[in-house]
Ligand binder design. Sequence first.
Ligand code: PEP
Ligand code: MG
Length: 323
Amino acid sequence: AQSRYADLRGLPAVGTCGTRVELYMNAGLMADLPSLEGSGAEGVGLFRTELQFLIRSHVPRRGELAGLYARVMDNAKGKPVHFRTLDIGSDKVLPYMKPQDEPNPAMGWRAIRVGLDKRGILRMQLQALIRAAVGRPLHVMFPFIADMGEYEDAYRILMQELSREQKLGREMPSDIRVGAMLETPSLAFAPKRFFEMCDFISIGGNDLKQFFYAADRENERVRRRYDTLNTPFLNLIQQIVQRCEDARVPLSFCGEDAGRPIEALTLAALGVRRLSMRPASIGPVKHLIRRVSISELRQVIDQAMAEGKTSLRGPVTDWLARQ
Ligand code: PEP
Ligand code: MG
C-alpha cells in the first residue's frame, strides 16, 4: 500500500485551503525506524518504550537502554522522536515485577503512577535518554498524567537528572522538550499553569475515549459502541484545542483514530494540526488531506454541532462524497 502513495512522500499534508497538518509516526522498535523515511513522516510522535522492558527477564541496564535510544535517534537523522516513558501496569506485567492483582488494571497502578512510586526505574530511564541525546534535542513525554501534580513531580525528577548528568560532566542534550499525554478527561480541566508548563501535549485518544465513555478499549462488546465522531467526544477535543491555543502549547493526537482518514480529517478541522499514526496510514491520510478544504469542513462541523447533531459521521461523509 505504501508504494501507491510513494509520490506523496516528499509533499506536505496541506489542504486546498492552505491548512498545514503535520503527520508523525508511532513506533516502539528499532525495526520501525526505516519507515520514517519510507512513509515521509515528519518525526516520531510517540515512541512506546515498553517493549524493551517486556522482552527481557531482568530490568534493562541503563547502558543498554542508552545505546538503544541513541540508535533510534541516529536512525531518525535529526527528525524529532518523542520518547514516552514507561507505560506499564498490571495489564502489561513485567517478568521481574510482582504481578498486581487489580480488578481494573487500566485504571490501576500503571504508567506514571508506577514511575512516581518506583522512582529508580523512572530515573534510570531518564538518565538513559539524556545520555543518548548528547548534543541533540531530547523530547520526553510522560504517559497517563491525570493531574497537574503528577506532571510537576515527573518534571522535577527530569530536571534533577539533567543537573546530575551535567555535574558528572556529560554532554547535555542541545534542547529539551517535555510534554504530557492527555489520556484522562480530568487533565483537560487542569489549571492553566499546567498547559503553560508543557512544551507539547499529546492526546492519547485510545485511553481518552475509553475513560470518557467508560467503555473498556479491550472489550469487544463495548469497544465500538461509542463512535469517535459522536459530538460529546469531539466537544471535549474542541475544548482541549482551545486550552492549548490559549496557552500556546502545540497539540498532537496519537491514538489509533489519527490513522483513520475521516477521523484524521475531522481532528484537523477541529484544530489538531499534528497527528501521529502507524506508518502505513500516513499515505492515505495525506492523500485525503491534500484533496479537500479543511476550513470548509470546519464550517460543516460547526453547523452540524449548532443543529444539535449527535454524530458528525453523517455530515462529514456526506460532505466528502460531494468533493
Ligand atoms: C493512547 O492511549 O491513545 C495511546 C497512544 O497510548 P497507548 O495506546 O499505548 O495506551
Ligand atoms: Mg494510552
